[in-house]
Design a protein around this ligand. Structure first.
Ligand code: ADP
Length: 379
């Protein structure tokens, strides 16, 4: 059964905001309804209203949840946006935007707060999409676990959530109490992704502030429990949304993923610059698709001119963490929802992922990453 936006608006007629119906308050974002009956929307607020309007948010969720055919509801409060500035759905459908700055206003950046029970939060980032960031984040999380750590993975790549596919997870997270949801279990790693809550297409139309709001909720309203490390798969790119996110998340450091091509390295450089701008330590650069392993004869060819990321890391004064070859087995295992770390835990890729995980963990656990790096002047 398909639920219409009008039905959702009708359900919201019972919810008031400061004496006026929420539906007519001009504060609602577009209402995203996916084919599985999951509904998501945001309420635009001023940051100072967050506590007072939490009850309105909860009432909206409760009102929508009882509609026939609804299987999930995700209502968020969105600050950093002038009232009523949410665009009409028709104008935004299918538009992916990195704009976190509603017209003429600088976004307010939430102050990062530690997540109780989570010792370290590490971002996996890339200057552009398609370089294997999510593949690395997934396998790195499993490598931390193989190295004996308690691990979570937050898929903050809201425009293209891939954790459900990579971990082979299709269920819906359980609401434990109030707003707190239970992460899903991906081979022992606690996994949370917006892909569990809304369909990919719905998230595509979100703009910066909605992204921030959703990610903040996924950081704080998920029962992560006690974790040694939470891996955050960042959205690709270095736009305002990424910058705000990097600033708002209490990160111990960032791992930058790059492919060897020059273009990707330029993007990686931007990634390094972005984290430096917000004083997040760079834990290092990983070169993905470094060499090509022939599936027939096993020979290794440096088709993209291997070694660029290592040189770039040296040039930028950040550690080079390791390289992962371009290998069909890696793509196939990702597509099958059985990460190579799980499928071939003693294979060469798993060994490489574990070595990278070990280097990252040593840096964050020793506090070494937090020490100011020596000033490097690039001529
Ligand atoms: P990103 O998160 O940077 O957009 P993904 O992790 O989604 O990139 O990877 C993009 C595609 O490349 C996926 O199909 C993935 O399976 C594949 N891929 C990533 N790294 C490798 C690799 N080292 N060898 C083969 N395929 C890879």
């Amino acid at each position: 059964m398909t639920i219409s936006r009008d039905e959702v608006l009708a359900a919201l007629a019972t919810v008031d905001l400061a004496g006026t119906p929420l539906a007519g308050s001009g504060r609602l974002s577009e209402i995203a309804v996916d084919s599985a009956g999951r509904i998501s929307l945001a309420i635009a607020i001023e940051p100072s209203e967050a506590a007072a309007l939490e009850s309105v948010r909860a009432a909206a969720e409760a009102a929508i949840r009882v509609l026939p055919g609804v299987t999930g509801v995700f209502v968020s409060l969105t600050a950093d946006r002038p009232r009523g500035a949410l665009q009409a759905p028709a104008a935004r459908a299918g538009v992916q935007s990195e704009d976190a700055r509603p017209s003429g206003r600088t976004p307010r950046v939430p102050v990062p707060q530690a997540i109780p029970g989570v010792a370290q939060i590490v971002a996996v980032a890339s200057g552009k999409g398609g370089v294997g960031k999510s593949t690395l984040a997934c396998n790195l999380a499993l490598a931390f676990q193989a190295n004996g750590l308690r691990v979570g993975l937050l898929d903050a790549d809201i425009y293209g959530p891939s954790a459900p596919k990579l971990f082979g997870l299709s269920g819906k997270p359980r609401l434990i109490s109030g707003r707190i949801i239970e992460p899903l279990d991906g081979f022992g790693v606690k996994v949370m992704s917006i892909g569990f809550l809304v369909e990919e297409d719905s998230a595509m139309i979100w703009r910066g502030p909605m992204v921030m709001s959703a990610i903040t909720q996924m950081l704080r309203e998920v029962a992560w429990g006690d974790l040694d490390i939470l891996v955050v798969d960042m959205p690709p790119g270095t736009g305002d949304a990424q910058l705000t996110l990097a600033q708002a998340t209490p990160l111990a450091g960032a791992v930058i993923v790059s492919t060897p091509q020059d273009l990707a390295l330029i993007d990686a450089r931007r990634g390094v610059a972005m984290f430096r701008k917000v004083a997040v330590p760079i834990l290092g650069i990983v070169e993905n698709m470094a060499t090509f392993v022939c599936p027939n004869c096993g020979s290794v060819s440096p088709i993209f001119g291997h070694g660029g990321a290592r040189h770039e890391a040296e040039r930028l004064g950040v550690p080079f963490l390791g390289e992962i070859p371009l290998d069909m087995a890696l793509r196939e295992s990702s597509d099958a929802g059985r990460p190579l770390m799980v499928d071939q835990p003693t294979g060469p890729h798993a060994t490489a992922f574990r070595a990278i995980a070990d280097a990252v963990w040593r840096r964050v656990a020793s506090g070494e990453a937090a020490r100011p790096a020596p000033r490097i002047v690039i001529a």
